[in-house]
Write a protein that binds this ligand. Sequence first.
Ligand SMILES: C[S@@+](CC[C@H](N)C(=O)[O-])C[C@H]1O[C@@H](n2cnc3c(N)ncnc32)[C@H](O)[C@@H]1O
Length: 205
Amino acid sequence: MGFYGQHVLPRLLDFACGTKSAAKLRERTCAGLSGDVVEIGFGSGINVPFYPPTVTRVAAVEPADLGWKLADKRVRASQVLIQRSGLDAQRMPYPDHTFDAALSTYTLCTVPDPAVALAELRRVLKPGGSLHFVEHGLAPTEKVRRLQYRLDPLQQRVFGGCQLIRPIVELVTSAGFTITDVDEFFEKGVPSFAGYHSLGTAKNG
Ligand SMILES: C[S@@+](CC[C@H](N)C(=O)[O-])C[C@H]1O[C@@H](n2cnc3c(N)ncnc32)[C@H](O)[C@@H]1O
């Protein structure tokens, strides 16, 4: 990770991901989480205030040191025990079947290989454990898709590898998760190329 990735990008993401409309989506995504949870792409901990009281512990997986530093206030204010214990969602330092649930918000767009990260999530989740996710991804309409393909290289450069063109639900199901609930929609107020959202839960197995 260079200077931009280490010192600039985590601040940009903290700002760009901390919007009011995203807060509502985070609250919906975190609802129902319980027990031991692994959160991939923890970033600056914007989800922390939305963890329900049923969550007992969170293992935060995040490569950016500055992200973790920016999370400090949120982590300290939380009743939940939160520990940064991994750096890469594609290779997590936990034994098989460790967690009751997993959380991914706006992260499957950025991990270099989302299929590998999802397989790794399946490994560390208990059988029947749930993945809660909200992600932006490939839109269903041709007009928006054309724009997404055009802007994707620039998006990747500015937002640390974030891709606009990943088919989120397809990736989750291809990894062997069973979708239990999903809402797919264009979020109001977000430019269409980054606005197609998949918000839902999926079961391990
Ligand atoms: C768009 S940000 C989202 C941050 C946070 N999840 C949120 O909702 O605000 C993507 C995050 O994924 C992290 N990330 C990038 N590569 C990763 C990897 N291989 N494993 C885990 N996290 C990664 C980035 O450092 C960044 O914090």
